[in-house]
Design a protein around this ligand. Structure first.
Ligand SMILES: [Mg+2]
Length: 120
């Protein structure tokens, strides 16, 4: 069965790029969220197998969304999408239960490798 993924990023082009990489490789994109609050809401609605979570987003950032999702579902599998220079936030995310991180600009291979490692 295809694995369902929730993509969270405030940049529409980034969501589109990630969606393209995933769908071309047999994954299903269950939904998209443009901020952390929407990510928490959509996670509850969709129960995806995996979340790709941007760190810097308006309204609620990816770290807070990660913490809220993990509080609701301790088994949630979340990979952080960080920009260069966000090491401190990546460390906080990993300590808060993020399973992995990928650094922008993305290489398709690196995205797929990280996703595959978590959900096959
Ligand atoms: Mg962002």
């Amino acid at each position: 069965m295809a694995k369902n993924i929730l993509i969270c990023d405030d940049a529409a082009f980034m969501r589109m790029m990630i969606k393209d990489i995933l769908t071309k490789n047999g994954y299903t994109v269950a939904g998209e969220a443009e901020n952390g609050a929407k990510a928490v809401e959509k996670y509850g609605e969709l129960s995806p197998d995996l979340v790709l979570m941007d760190i810097t987003m308006p309204e609620m950032d990816g770290i807070e969304a990660l913490k809220k999702i993990r509080a609701n579902d301790p088994k949630a599998t979340i990979i952080m999408c960080s920009a260069m220079g966000q090491q401190a936030m990546v460390i906080e995310a990993i300590q808060s239960g993020a399973k992995d991180f990928i650094v922008k600009p993305f290489q398709a291979d690196r995205v797929l490798e990280a996703v595959k490692k978590q959900i096959g």
